[in-house]
Design a protein around this ligand. Structure first.
Ligand code: BGC
Length: 251
């Protein structure tokens, strides 16, 4: 039987990533496309860019659109690292109008986690509590119990030393403050310790753009919970968005 190829789009504060994904195999079948997120990152500009990618890749069927905000009832409710005009925007419905096909709209870290708890992911078949963390422009989180998602956790905004954790421990901050791996990991370890004290996860998955460098810093991360690198690396959001499209699960 022919496999289903669906477009996964992962909009970030800095770039929009996309690929056609074989949703049965859980793997991208086209090279990862990456374009800069338009500035200002208004819904109109971002969704036009997404529609262009959809055309260029000749995608068919439902599209998965992962986005860096709380997405409830198909509507973006927050906008920490994108233009504030996203708040209240029915992103999936608007992209659907542009491309004439259905779109499933969900949080980016939730999407990344969906890829990681599925076959081929770092948490495939793991029972218990799994926390997916994506370190990029911000910090995204996905909470899973026995492989089932609890949507829209926003652990990147947990307070550490009086400010959002993502303002001291994201990949962007590491670059901006030119932190070496031990200094950055010290911050992340403090963050993991707080999360562990509150949620007692069995497993943390480290994803996002930083996961590409995991060999350099992974051994410096410490937690009573097990820590694994995202098996899909920075592609997890794209793959998970396509999975969500295949399952037609709208949040
Ligand atoms: C947003 C989250 C998002 C994360 C990673 C945070 O600033 O509030 O919704 O998952 O960044 O992109």
């Amino acid at each position: 039987m022919a496999h289903t190829m669906l477009l996964g789009l992962d909009v970030g504060g800095s770039s929009i990533k996309a690929a056609l994904v074989d949703v049965e195999r859980g793997a991208a079948v086209t090279p990862l496309q990456s374009v800069r997120t338009p500035t200002p990152s208004t819904p109109e500009a971002v969704l036009q860019a997404c529609a262009r990618i959809d055309r260029e890749l000749g995608a068919q069927g439902t599209v998965g659109l992962a986005f860096p905000s709380v997405v409830q009832g198909g509507i973006a409710r927050t906008a920490a690292n994108v233009d504030k005009s996203w708040i209240g925007c029915a992103g999936g419905a608007r992209l659907s109008q542009l491309i004439g096909r259905p779109v499933i709209f969900l949080n980016d870290a939730d999407a990344a986690g969906l890829a990681e708890v599925s076959a081929g992911g770092a948490a495939a078949g793991v029972k218990g509590v799994v926390i997916m963390l994506t370190f990029g422009t911000g910090i995204g989180s996905g909470l899973f119990l026995d492989g089932e998602l609890v949507p829209n956790t926003e652990f990147g905004h947990m307070e550490l030393h009086g400010r959002d954790a993502e303002l001291s421990a994201s990949a962007r901050i590491r670059t901006e403050e030119r932190l070496d791996w031990p200094s950055w990991c010290a911050r992340v370890n403090e963050y993991l310790a707080r999360l562990h004290a509150l949620f007692w996860p069995d497993l943390f998955i480290i994803g996002g753009s930083i996961s590409e460098d995991f060999e350099q810093f992974g051994h410096l991360l410490k937690s009573p919970a097990e820590i694994r690198r995202a098996a899909h690396g920075a592609l997890a959001g794209v793959i998970g968005a396509a999975f969500a499209a295949a399952r037609q699960r709208q949040r």
